[in-house]
Design a protein around this ligand. Structure first.
Ligand code: ADP
Ligand code: MG
Length: 237
């Protein structure tokens, strides 16, 4: 039995089974791969937060997401889980290249969410890299970026690789995440983000998460969102 054959047939929310999962409150009730389930329980994640409950049934069946929930409400797992599941179901492997890109507005936040990815994704065999510039030598990075399956990055460093790294190829990208999307869509990143987007395939899944709901129709158009689910959650705490 290959490692994949063991649990791969479960794990798909299609449009028909979608409604079964909208009332779920715990991660184990979702049709996630064993590898993701184990990563979640290793980290003691059991009960979903409200934004996770609201968004995962949609994101896991491949829909584009505009998720808004205040800081500290668990948005990171709301996008990391579907990234892992999407690539896992696609049987993404070392030769398949970049399958997921997660963009964060700051190096610090990118580093934090990379740590969560390493924890929750520890049983998966994807290669993941943190591309944030600064202290790291870009030339060393260039030798490795082509082998990454999941990239966590800041906009500037990602664009630098798109511009400078030989054969850097995002043409098969399956899923794009903008964390703190309101900050990334802000004027300061406009040119950078537009250049990035123009180099990504349009048929990918796109998820935007932030503390406030993104309302600009223009922004949504430039990201080529397909009939996105708007999910706003204001959790009592
Ligand atoms: P946000 O991005 O919305 O500000 P985070 O994703 O950083 O929030 O999560 C905030 C905190 O909540 C983190 O410490 C994280 O480990 C914790 N957390 C997230 N989801 C859960 C969960 N389902 N159960 C318990 N703790 C969680
Ligand atoms: Mg966050």
């Amino acid at each position: 039995l290959s490692p994949l054959a063991k649990d791969s047939p479960i794990g798909r929310i299609d449009e028909n089974s979608f409604s079964k999962y909208t009332g779920c409150t715990r991660f184990y009730q979702l049709p996630l791969s064993r590898k993701t389930q184990d990563g979640l329980s290793d980290s003691k994640y059991a009960v979903m937060t409200e934004i996770q409950r609201a968004s995962l049934p949609h994101s896991l069946c491949g829909r584009d997401i505009l998720g808004a929930a205040k800081t500290g409400s668990g948005k990171t797992l709301a996008f990391l889980i579907p990234v892992l599941e999407k690539l896992y179901r696609a049987r993404w492997g070392p030769e398949d290249g970049v399958g997921g890109i997660i963009i964060s507005p700051t190096r610090e936040l990118a580093g934090e969410l990379f740590d969560v990815l390493k924890n929750v994704g520890r049983h998966h065999s994807f290669s993941a890299g943190l591309l944030i510039g600064g202290r790291k030598d870009v030339d060393t990075e260039k030798e490795h970026v082509n082998n990454l399956n999941i990239i966590v990055c800041t906009p500037g460093r990602l664009l630098q690789h798109m511009d400078e790294t030989l054969n850097f190829d995002c043409s098969q990208l399956q899923v794009l995440v903008l964390d703190e999307a309101d900050r990334i869509l802000d004027a300061g990143f406009k040119t950078t983000l537009n250049s990035i987007i123009s180099q990504l395939p349009k048929w990918r899944q796109t998820m935007l998460f932030s503390a406030t709901q993104t309302k600009s129709v223009q922004d949504l158009a430039r990201l080529s969102l397909k009939d996105p689910e708007y999910l706003s959650v204001h959790e009592e705490s």
